[in-house]
Design a protein around this ligand. Structure first.
Ligand SMILES: Cc1cc2nc3c(=O)[nH]c(=O)nc-3n(C[C@H](O)[C@H](O)[C@H](O)COP(=O)(O)OP(=O)(O)OC[C@H]3O[C@@H](n4cnc5c(N)ncnc54)[C@H](O)[C@@H]3O)c2cc1C
Length: 459
């Protein structure tokens, strides 16, 4: 961390909003006008809409993330976590990856912590659930699913085999429907390499508390998505929830009971709980309360946007409703970040603030290779697409939205290779414990029993 005479703009969180806001500020700033500092516990931004494709192996994990130091060469990037903020002294406490926490003074503050998985105190969930918010989880899920096929193919115990081949997904929004769509496609495709595992031996179960899935694309396409997944043999249980999953024994409210080693939790998100220690006004569900200029209510030096903020929705049918907030998605996060960046510069120079308003442009969802749904809003018209065309829209949209030219090309290269080469089906589960084998080899050999040692000496 450098000491600086210039004003410091502290960006807390280097995800979608943090990355794009910092880029915008750096682009608009005059030479040496301020120091931009970005703090994030990860050294990279994750393009979350590609996590399901990374879990399916269609995109290499390294291409789904954007290294912050590389794309923000003019910013100060600190790898650590902001734990508290003292507004009277204008200092943030940063807990770095290693070593003592320290204080970081700031003049302007951007809050972009995003969201975390929204969970409930369900018995067994913390021990057995797998989340889907980071690249680590997506890759962990891929390795885990392929490892279940390895297990099923190598056992003669029918109970172990059935548990390994049952996959339960809780939550049928974007993240859940896309993830089950991609993973089911990948796993059934991989079955051809396992002599004793057939495609139909695998059981996929999708559960949602609502009476529909994919609410983001509207009721008609959501219904299509549901029928499509069901036609692939995925069991869909709606208007129900999970009561418990102790030791992988899943019990649903509707009476269904299944044993599974794989319980993926994608039942929504909630604002990052760390916000509670930031001394900022929070809304009823824990979001930072912002005005339509993205300034945090009651402040003139703090801005917030993205999944951790409640930003008034100023357009469409929500216009004029004081309790309508922009939904937590990448479409808003990206656009809010740009307005936020401009407003930070204006705030620093004493100019008026711009209002954020954005009309929904639609949504795209991939449900596996060559399968998808899309809704594109053009003025008053809504174009609804399904199947292969929607899947191309999904890839086209996200390919363009992926930050940086470098990453766009890498993702495109992965997709192109995928067209000509078969999908990789290797499970690299050992990557989670890379030192295990070396440790086994290097640890001191157990002391031979005294009697054995004497016998060996005598002979
Ligand atoms: C699986 C999945 C699929 C999705 N698909 C779509 C889609 O198809 N379309 C769409 O529009 N949206 C989609 N989304 C939602 C979209 O990705 C989010 O809305 C968007 O990432 C929000 O951006 P953000 O900057 O608010 O949060 P994030 O991008 O999550 O960034 C938050 C950052 O804050 C950092 N952080 C956390 N705690 C601290 C701390 N204490 N100090 C410092 N930094 C901290 C985190 O490490 C992270 O880098 C999807 C999300 C998921 C999980």
């Amino acid at each position: 961390m450098s000491t600086t005479e210039r004003p410091r703009i502290l960006v807390v969180g280097g995800g979608y909003v943090g990355l794009y806001a910092a880029r915008r500020i750096l682009k608009k700033m005059r030479y040496a006008e301020a120091t931009v500092t970005v703090v994030d516990p990860r050294s990279y931004m994750t393009y979350q809409p590609f996590l399901p494709e990374a879990a399916a192996g269609s995109i290499s994990p390294r291409h789904v993330v954007v290294p912050l130091r590389r794309v923000l060469p003019k910013a100060e990037v600190l790898t650590g976590r902001v734990t508290t903020i003292d507004h009277d002294r204008k200092v943030a406490t940063v807990a770095p990856l290693v070593g003592e926490a320290y204080e970081l003074p700031f003049d302007y503050l951007v809050i972009a912590l995003g969201a975390v998985s929204r969970t409930f105190p369900i018995p067994g969930l913390a021990e057995n659930g797998i989340g889907m918010k980071g690249i680590e989880e997506a890759i962990g899920l891929r390795n885990h699913v392929l490892e279940q096929l390895d297990k099923a193919d190598s056992t003669t115990d029918e109970e172990i085999r059935r548990k390994a081949l049952t996959f339960v997904f809780i939550g049928g929004g974007f993240a859940g429907a896309e993830t089950i769509g991609e993973v089911e496609d990948m796993a059934r495709d991989a079955a051809k390499y396992y002599p004793t595992v057939k495609r139909e031996d695998m059981r996929f179960v999708l559960v949602d508390a609502a009476d529909k899935i994919l609410p983001e694309v509207g009721p008609k396409l959501g219904e299509y998505g549901k029928k499509h997944l069901a036609s692939r043999g995925i069991e869909i249980h709606l208007s129900t929830s999970m009561d418990s999953c102790i030791d992988g024994h899943v019990v649903l409210k509707n009476g269904l009971e299944v044993d599974s080693n794989t319980i993926v939790w994608t039942a929504g998100v909630k604002p990052n709980p760390a916000l509670a220690r930031f001394g900022l006004p929070l809304g009823p569900r824990g979001h930072v309360d912002t005005s339509e200029t993205l300034q945090v209510q009651g402040t003139d030096y703090v801005w917030a946007a993205g999944d951790n903020a409640q930003v008034p929705d100023m357009v469409g049918r929500n216009a004029g409703n004081p309790n309508a907030w922009c939904p937590p998605n990448a479409q808003h996060a990206l656009r809010q970040a740009k307005v936020l960046g401009d407003n930070v510069i204006s705030g620093m120079r004493g100019f008026p603030q711009k209002t954020y308003s954005h009309a929904n442009k639609g949504a795209v969802a991939g449900l596996g290779l060559h399968k998808g749904v899309a809704m594109i809003v053009m003025g008053k018209m809504k174009i609804k697409l399904k199947g292969r065309l929607a899947w191309y829209m999904h890839r086209g949209y996200h390919g363009m939205a992926m930050p940086t030219f470098n990453r766009k090309i890498r993702v495109l290269a992965d997709w192109t290779l995928g067209m000509f080469l078969k999908r990789e089906v290797v499970s690299l589960g050992a990557m989670e414990n890379p030192r295990e084998e070396f440790y086994e080899a290097a640890k001191p050999a157990p002391q031979a029993k005294k009697a054995d040692a004497e016998k060996a000496k005598a002979s």
